[in-house]
Design a protein around this ligand. Structure first.
Ligand code: C2E
Ligand code: CA
Ligand code: CA
Length: 563
């Protein structure tokens, strides 16, 4: 047959393998090359005649050659294709190449066996991956490690440190006065300043310690050490403060800044890396707020101080414009319709970033700010909702303490009147609590609002003992089933039974049902089957700023459908 004649001729076979751009070779059972294509010859160096009859040990360092023989032996033993990744230092270039080697066994009657191999040079690819790994873990401007590498290294240190506590110190360094330099002399001067500071920080630690730029003008330092780590860390922190406050010469000017440093130690096996960063941040913030500069070590007493500081900051939050409202969509999946948005309050703290409502709402209740916050949310949300399609309602969370305020009904009516939002498009979400039930004024105000057409829902249904009583006494419009019953659906049989019973109960009482925290399609399908009227959760949308919800295609679609 033609293909037999073709391949049977050594000349044809050589020609065929020579046009293959990857190195191709055939070895006998003694690992000696008996056929090499042009690419393999070029790679190994020398002429084909010189190479044939030789083996890896004649070309490569013994350790590399031994590895290659080992994979040959594996092929001979298993009789199947074997793929390995091997590094070879090539005599011709002196460079080390990373190769993917594929070898297989060739049986040639009568009873002879050969190894056929193809090599792909993946050196460039591997280098690119390594470079990418490096770039994605370093800050391009200062050359320091970035936040990702800092977290990875801290994770490793803490995980390895489980048995040896007190051997990891975390330092957070925040520059004081950096913004002023940036504003006064421009970004280039600011960048140059950061590069100089980065160099000084590196000068304060050993090569084995890690210095990272965590973002903006914040740096992190990770120190490892033995029993004297605490003294060492304090010394490093003091050196850092001194080094940073030395005068800096920039192209156009001379300047001086300072640093606040927070320190914490890994001394409890249960402490997670994020917690260490939070502790160091708290210590650093305590220095910063005191206006002292310098360094401070974390201690539990700082938590109480921080709480007081948070109080003070919360008092200013509204005036400083740090509060805003985000909106999370509510959907009716069977019809695929957007039915409403829930207004959720957000606090963007100047130093700590976004603080969750579960932290600051109770605080606001405690210090008597909740009425102001509530009024702000109502006003902002009603004004936003005025622009939504008519059948999209607005849900606003109301703290039971707000209800106890005698002006509450008036505040709601005022927000409605100012915005022109019809009362029936507003739904107040009230978490069940004794306070709501027992307070005469609260009851009175609720009834007043209901008469005006405002709807009322009971939030987090099932989390407290008063839910049923509340449904009964107020004849509420809606029941929101708490996420804890939804999260295990559809496999959680108890959750399933509870949701089914609650849905039936709500429907029997003439109320609608909204399921909270729907994250997966399977949950949504299960809830649909259970007759749930409305769903809310990350599956349908996260809380978003009012501008983005209006720009979202769903909102536009609904708006178009309405016209
Ligand atoms: P909530 O009323 O039960 O609000 C729903 C919470 O669940 C929101 O958290 C929301 O972001 C979160 N969530 C929504 N979908 C999902 C999901 O699929 N998975 C998970 N894991 N979570 C989801 P957020 O915004 O942190 O609010 C927490 C709580 O703070 C609210 O719980 C509410 O009780 C209170 N809150 C928020 N804004 C206000 C407000 O303006 N006034 C009052 N009084 N309380 C508020
Ligand atoms: Ca709610
Ligand atoms: Ca809820």
């Amino acid at each position: 047959m033609l293909h037999q004649r073709l391949l049977g001729s050594a000349d044809s076979l050589q020609k065929i393998i020579d046009i293959i751009p990857s190195p191709v070779f055939i070895k006998d059972e003694n690992h000696k090359w008996i056929l090499l294509n042009d690419a393999a010859t070029r790679l190994l160096g020398g002429t084909r005649e010189e190479l044939l009859g030789r083996s890896d040990f004649d070309i490569f360092p013994p350790a590399q050659a031994a590895l290659s023989w080992a994979s040959d032996d594996e092929v001979l033993a298993v009789g199947e294709m074997v793929e390995t990744e091997e590094c070879f230092t090539l005599p011709a270039s002196g460079y080390t190449h990373t190769m993917i080697m594929r070898k297989t066994l060739l049986h040639v009657p009568p009873g002879r066996r050969f190894l056929v191999g193809v090599a792909s040079d993946v050196t460039q690819y591997r280098n690119a991956v390594a470079e990418n790994h490096f770039l994605s873990r370093h800050d391009a401007m200062t050359g320091l490690a970035n936040r990702i590498l800092f977290h990875e290294t801290l994770n490793d240190a803490v995980n390895h440190g489980q048995r040896a506590l007190d051997n990891v110190a975390v330092l957070l360094v925040d520059l004081d006065g950096f913004k002023a330099v940036n504003d006064a002399h421009g970004h280039e001067a600011g960048d140059e300043l950061l590069r100089i500071i980065a160099g000084r920080l590196k000068g304060c630690v050993r090569n084995t310690d890690l210095v990272a730029r965590l973002g903006g003008d914040e740096f992190g330092v990770l120190l490892r050490g033995g029993p004297s780590l605490r003294q060492a860390a304090e010394r490093v922190a003091a050196n850092i403060c001194a080094a940073i406050s030395a005068p800096v010469t920039l192209p156009q000017t001379q300047t001086r800044i300072s640093a606040s440093v927070g320190i914490t130690y890994f001394n409890n096996a249960d402490t997670k890396p994020e917690e260490l960063i939070r502790q160091a941040d708290l210590a650093m913030y305590s220095v910063k707020r005191s206006g002292r500069h310098g360094h401070q070590t974390y201690e539990p007493a700082l938590e109480a101080t921080a709480n007081r500081q948070l109080h003070a900051d919360l008092l200013q939050a509204l005036a400083r414009g740090e509060l805003h409202v985000a909106y999370q969509p509510l959907w009716n999946p069977p019809d695929g319709l957007l039915t409403g948005y829930e207004a959720l309050l957000r606090w963007q703290h100047a130093h700590f970033g976004e603080i969750p409502p579960r932290v600051f709402i109770p605080l606001a209740e405690q210090i008597g700010l909740i009425a102001n916050f509530g009024a702000y949310v109502l006003r902002a949300a009603c004004a936003a909702a005025r622009h939504w399609p008519d059948e999209v309602r607005l849900c606003v969370n109301i703290s039971p303490m707000q209800l106890a305020d005698l002006h509450f009904a008036a505040t709601v009516s005022q927000a409605l009147a100012e915005s022109g939002l019809p009362p029936h498009r507003l739904e107040l979400e009230i978490t069940e609590s004794r306070l709501t039930l027992d307070h005469e004024d609260a009851l009175h105000q609720l009834h007043q609002l209901r008469e005006a057409g405002v709807q009322v829902a009971v939030d987090d249904f099932g989390t407290g003992a008063a839910s049923l009583d509340m449904m009964h006494r107020f004849g509420l419009n809606r029941m929101k089933i708490d996420r804890r019953f939804i999260s295990g659906l559809p496999s959680d049989r108890r959750g399933y039974a509870i949701v089914r019973a609650l849905t039936r109960l709500a429907h029997d009482l003439g109320a609608k049902v909204t399921a909270e925290g729907v994250e997966h399609m399977e949950q949504a399908l299960c809830l649909m089957e259970l007759g749930c009227d409305e769903m809310q959760g990350y599956l349908f949308g996260h809380p978003e700023a009012p501008q983005s919800i209006l720009a979202s295609p769903e909102a536009l679609l609904t708006a178009v459908a309405v016209e």
